[in-house]
Ligand binder design. Structure first.
Ligand code: SF4
Length: 286
C-alpha cells in the first residue's frame, strides 16, 4: 500500500479474481486507484476448475473487456508444463475437466478436511503463473476478503502461515472496511452484473456449482433448479467407489449426490432453497 490507499498495489502482485461480485468489485477499485490500468508487474488471474457456471465465465470475460484489463485464465492440466494451462473464455473447460484430472491424480475425492481441489486447481496454478511463467521469487497476493470476513482475513494474513509461502497476502477490501452490503450496493449502480442470483449478497451458484462446502440445503436447492448439474458429481462419487466400496462421497456427514438428486426429483418444490453459508471458507472467495 504505497500511499495509504489500500487499492494502490505495489508489484510484483497477483490479483486473484474468483469470478464473483466481490473480487470483481475489488479489481475495479484497484484499477481506478491506478488510473484505469495496472502497473506491468501487477497481474490478474482467474483459475478455472471447469465447474463454474457459464455465467461466471461470461462475467470474467465481460469484466476484462469492459475494464480493459488482461486476465490470465489458468487451468490444471497434468500434461502441461508445471501442470498449468493458459486458456481463455473460448477454450476454457466447461465440464469439470481440470477438477476431474486433479481427482484422478490423487486417486480419491477431496472433502472438507482434505480440500486439494482448491490447492490444485487454484492456489498452485496461481503460484505457477507468478513463479514459473512470470519469473517472480516473491509477490503480493491480493485477495477479495471483506471486512465482514475478519476471521478469514486473520487466517489469510497470519505471518507464520505466510512465512512458508512465496507470497504475502493482502486484503484491501477488509482494510478499506468494505462489507457485503457495500459490494451489493455498488453493483446495483453498474451497467452490468454477474448473471447469477444474488440472495442477500450471497451467490449460491458462485464457485463450483455443487461445491461440497456449500450447505446441504443450498446444494439440494441448486439440484432442484438445475438437475443436470448433479450428473458430474454423481459420476465422480461413482468413479471413486471401487477404491472405497463402503461408499465414496465428497462428504460423509451428508447423503451422496445421487441420493440428493433422487430426493430432488421426488420432493420438488418442498425443498427450501437456503443460502445459509456466508462464503466458502477456502481460497475460493466470492
Ligand atoms: S469451490 Fe469447492 S469444490 Fe470448487 S475448488 Fe473450491 S472447495 Fe473445491
Amino acid at each position: 500500500m504505497p500511499d495509504g490507499n489500500p487499492y494502490r498495489i505495489a508489484g510484483p502482485a497477483l490479483v486473484s479474481f474468483s469470478g464473483g461480485r466481490t473480487s470483481a468489485f475489488m479489481l475495479k477499485q484497484i484499477l481506478d486507484a491506478h488510473g484505469g490500468a495496472l502497473p506491468a508487474d501487477v497481474h490478474v488471474c482467474f483459475a478455472n476448475t471447469g465447474r463454474e457456471m457459464p455465467e461466471t465465465l461470461d462475467f470474467v470475460e465481460e469484466c476484462s473487456r469492459r475494464w480493459s484489463v488482461p486476465i490470465a485464465w489458468l487451468e490444471y492440466d497434468p500434461d502441461a508444463p508445471h501442470h498449468t494451462r493458459i486458456v481463455d473464455h473460448a477454450s476454457a473447460s466447461r465440464d469439470g475437466e481440470p477438477f476431474r484430472a486433479v481427482i484422478a491424480a490423487r486417486g480419491f475425492l477431496p472433502n472438507p478436511v482434505t480440500r486439494f481441489c482448491t490447492t490444485e486447481t487454484k492456489i498452485r496454478r496461481a503460484k505457477t503463473f507468478m513463479h514459473h511463467l512470470c519469473g517472480y521469487a516473491h509477490w503480493l497476493n491480493v485477495v477479495g476478503l471483506r471486512a465482514d470476513e475478519m476471521r478469514r482475513v486473520s487466517k489469510m494474513t497470519d505471518p507464520v502461515r505466510m512465512a512458508r509461502e512465496r507470497w504475502t497476502n493482502a486484503c484491501p477490501l477488509a482494510e478499506a472496511g468494505v462489507t457485503r452490503s457495500d459490494v451489493a450496493a455498488w453493483w446495483r449502480t453498474q451497467p452490468f452484473d454477474l448473471a447469477l442470483p444474488n440472495r442477500d449478497g450471497i451467490t449460491p451458484l458462485g464457485n463450483c456449482d455443487l461445491c461440497f462446502l456449500k450447505s446441504e440445503a443450498t446444494i439440494r436447492g441448486i439440484i432442484r433448479d438445475h438437475p443436470e448439474l448433479a450428473a458430474w458429481w454423481i459420476a465422480r462419487e461413482a468413479e471413486a467407489r471401487p477404491a472405497k466400496p463402503s461408499g465414496a462421497r465428497f462428504r460423509i456427514d451428508r447423503p451422496g449426490y445421487e441420493a440428493m438428486a433422487r430426493d430432488a426429483e421426488r420432493q420438488g418444490d418442498l425443498i427450501e432453497y437456503l443460502a445459509q453459508e456466508g462464503s466458502i471458507d477456502c481460497a475460493c472467495t466470492d
